[in-house]
Design a protein around this ligand. Structure first.
Ligand code: FES
Length: 169
């Protein structure tokens, strides 16, 4: 199928991304080998992966939507729902839990005015749980965008969030 046909069929992904995905798929033994990078590029462009974008990407890669959705939902850093401009990932695995994640989470929720899984009303932050960030020796650990923090004590939260709010990622 041509780029024009694939673009017209979905009308969701812009032509440059469609062409990129076709090129990526041609370089893989199986087109699905390009799936994670394609999803990452969709998210980079739109902030998250909508059903329409997922369906269009699946068509280009010759995969079923269910297969591609299985990959998208497996990875914690691929978002299938809209998120804020910055995503805060707070580790809820065992080392962080033992080292006081609960108190850090409570302070974080209070500062942001949201529960875990929610986005602040101004659309700036989404707070999500995540499994071990590999920063256990600095537990409790937290990721904001690409910045890793730890150990994050409740009293550190105000400064970290205020600084993150100023930053453009
Ligand atoms: S358990 Fe939290 S970073 Fe490993």
């Amino acid at each position: 199928m041509s780029t024009a046909e694939l673009t017209a069929q979905g009308a969701e992904l812009p032509p440059d991304l469609v062409q990129t995905f076709i090129d990526m798929a041609h370089h893989e033994h199986h087109a699905r080998g390009a799936s994670i990078e394609a999803l990452r590029l969709v998210q980079e462009r739109f902030g998250w992966i909508s059903d329409a974008h997922l369906a269009h990407t699946a068509r280009i890669l010759g995969m079923s939507q269910a297969d591609l959705d299985g990959i998208a939902t497996y990875f914690n850093l691929l978002f299938r729902k809209p998120v804020g401009k910055k995503v805060i990932m707070l580790c809820d695995s065992v080392s962080c839990y033992i080292m006081g994640q609960e108190q850090t989470r409570e302070r974080l929720c209070k500062k942001l005015g949201v529960k875990v899984g929610e986005t602040t009303p101004d659309g700036e932050f989404t707070l999500l749980p995540i499994v071990c960030l590999g920063h256990c020796d600095h537990a409790p650990a937290m990721l904001i965008g690409k910045d890793l923090y730890g150990p994050v004590r409740p009293e550190d939260i105000d400064a970290i969030i205020d600084e993150a709010r100023e930053k453009t990622q």
